[in-house]
Ligand binder design. Structure first.
Ligand SMILES: Nc1ncnc2c1ncn2[C@@H]1O[C@H](COP(=O)(O)OP(=O)(O)OP(=O)(O)O)[C@@H](O)[C@H]1O
Length: 304
């Protein structure tokens, strides 16, 4: 497969801070690759380096598409406050030799006719995000780089958005994206790259990543736990299980290999199984959880 992006031993420092360390990766033509990592892992920095917006401190980059064939949706959507939707579309289209036509734009945006006369900044956050995506693909890019594309979109806009990405993928577009939503990886990524503190920790299919670091999570209401505290404490200490409390529930986490032993001992405590929940977790879920927590704290901050 011909490589569209080739990175060799990319390092990036901001002053003394090492943000990316020895990043080497290839993205092939037509691949759809998700880049995941906790806040501050270096995802946007890596995208900016690929786009030529930041220089790496050391390392080699090759992007085998011309600038005209690259589309980019940045993490933050920002528009001037005196431009209408139509004016912005006309302006951005004027840089392309074969821009999307008005029917194609209608399909991407799903806006009513009146919306085109509206000032862009007065559109809702989700509409602006979708509009920003429309501008990113107006030149029919062969390589599309999108950074947390669906933040601020409601569920139906998000579904519409990924349907659009799926169509672009089917048409052969190479796509590299970051996200904090696990279902978005499942929806269209062929490959997932996990970045942790600027280092690639895994680069594999979503299915394979779900098998890494598999754990079981038992959630028990505190009241029930208190009733069976003695036998549950013995079980936890004996098997060296990790335990945390969250609101009104107690969460016990253990390795997948311990499942049979822990469950059979749990049965012996006499705890009613209809009062507890047992779920699976993996490295992929752990990474996503940090993203979800970030989004929650942003929502909390904006509503306080
Ligand atoms: N221009 C800059 N100058 C100095 N430090 C920077 C700059 N850009 C990014 N950083 C730092 O680099 C680190 C990685 O930031 P980056 O934005 O790449 O992370 P991220 O993985 O995209 O995070 P998030 O998921 O929160 O968007 C952070 O510690 C950030 O503060």
């Amino acid at each position: 497969m011909k490589s569209v992006i080739e990175l060799k031993k990319i390092n990036k420092q901001f002053k003394e801070k090492q943000v990316l360390t020895d990043i080497s990766l290839n993205i092939g033509k037509g691949e759809c690759v998700a880049l995941l990592g906790k806040n501050g892992a270096g995802k946007s920095t890596l995208l900016n380096i690929i786009l030529g917006l930041f220089y790496p401190t050391t390392g080699e980059i090759a992007v085998n598409e011309t600038k005209q064939d690259i589309g980019f949706l940045s993490q933050k959507t920002q528009f001037p406050d005196d431009v209408t939707v139509q004016e912005m579309l006309d302006f951005v289209s004027s840089f392309s030799s074969n821009p999307l036509d008005s029917n194609e734009i209608d399909t991407v945006l799903g806006f009513e006719k009146n919306k085109y006369k509206q000032l862009v900044y007065t559109c809702s956050g989700g509409e602006q995000r979708l509009f920003d995506m429309c501008l990113a693909i107006i030149n029919r890019p062969k390589l599309l780089i999108i950074d947390e594309p669906t933040s601020g979109m409601d569920t139906s806009t998000r579904q519409h958005f990924w349907q659009l990405v799926k169509q672009l993928k089917e048409a052969g577009t190479t796509i590299f994206f970051t996200t904090h939503y696990i279902e978005e990886v499942d929806y269209c990524a062929d490959r997932v790259i996990l970045l942790d503190e600027g280092v690639i920790q895994a680069d594999n299919t979503p299915y394979h990543l779900r098998t890494l670091n598999k754990k079981k999570v038992i959630t028990i209401e505190k009241e029930i736990y208190q009733e069976f505290e003695e036998s549950l404490s013995n079980l936890i200490i004996k098997n060296q299980l990790s335990i945390t409390t969250k609101n009104d529930v107690l969460v016990i986490i253990f390795k997948n290999e311990q499942t049979n032993e822990v469950i059979s001992e749990l049965l012996q405590t006499g705890i009613p199984f209809d009062n507890i929940e047992i779920t699976n977790t993996s490295l992929l879920e752990t990474i996503f959880q940090s993203g979800i927590d970030k989004e929650r704290s942003e929502v909390d901050a904006s509503t306080n």
